[in-house]
Design a protein around this ligand. Structure first.
Ligand SMILES: Nc1nc2c(c(=O)[nH]1)N(C=O)[C@@H](CNc1ccc(C(=O)N[C@@H](CCC(=O)O)C(=O)O)cc1)CN2
Ligand SMILES: Nc1ncnc2c1ncn2[C@@H]1O[C@H](COP(=O)(O)OP(=O)(O)OP(=O)(O)O)[C@@H](O)[C@H]1O
Length: 183
């Protein structure tokens, strides 16, 4: 099987599991993930985060918590070529787009993921959006995939353009992955 086919099959499997998760389980998991991220957020003046889709482990409460901790929060705006622009986020909504390079001066990136492997390999939605965005992030910034407990796995298919993340946050806690921030 090609890496693309293997990724598509894995994406479908992880997405089905997310859809099957009971709402109360998801809500509890989201609170735990937000707590683990916010426990590290003190030294992060600018954070690239994301507005969660229905079944994702991110949350609006996490975004609000980052703002309350003093961070400037930016969120992705998907462009027609599936590259990412960025806009400032506040509880009142999104501000004007800042450009693709706005992710170049962040202190940390919270990255959506279907799953992540122990070596940092990340399974996204298949658009290459974050592979492009993460290539612009300062090497010192932690790049943190937010996932549910079963989504940190031993390995995932990896292609040449895949950019690894440096950590995974699950309800179970924060896990530093195979690559160190800055290296
Ligand atoms: N919250 C969030 N924002 C994000 C991403 C993401 O994964 N999550 N992206 C990461 O690159 C980019 C957008 N890419 C996307 C690609 C596909 C679908 C998609 O297939 N949506 C399904 C619904 C999925 C669900 O509800 O879980 C659909 O429209 O049917 C969504 C976003 C930028 N913003
Ligand atoms: N730097 C890039 N420029 C243009 N296209 C790219 C780039 N990086 C990856 N792509 C394209 O994006 C597509 C999807 O790649 P992949 O299956 O690795 O997505 P993903 O990492 O799961 O998605 P995402 O990063 O959006 O979460 C591939 O066809 C790849 O060629």
């Amino acid at each position: 099987m090609s890496a693309q086919d293997a990724k598509a099959e894995l994406r479908a499997r992880f997405a089905a599991a997310r859809r099957a998760m009971p709402d109360d389980h998801r809500a509890r998991a989201r609170r735990a993930v937000a707590g683990h991220v916010l426990a590290r957020a003190d030294g992060w003046p600018v954070v690239a985060a994301y507005e969660p889709l229905r079944t994702e482990p991110g949350s609006v409460a996490l975004l609000a918590g980052l703002v309350a901790a003093g961070a400037r929060v930016i969120v992705p705006v998907t462009l027609s070529d599936r590259d990412l622009d960025w806009a400032p986020w506040s509880a009142a909504g999104r501000g004007d787009a800042l450009g693709r390079e706005a992710v170049g001066d962040v202190s940390a990136v919270l990255v959506p993921a279907s799953a992540v492997a122990r070596d940092g390999t990340r399974l996204g939605r298949g658009g290459g959006s974050y592979d492009r965005a993460l290539a612009r992030v300062p090497a010192t910034a932690p790049t943190v995939a937010l996932v549910f407990d079963d989504e940190l796995v031993a390995d995932l298919p990896r292609e040449p353009w895949d950019v690894a993340v440096t950590a995974a946050v699950r309800p179970a806690g924060w896990t530093d992955l195979g690559v160190a921030a800055g290296g």
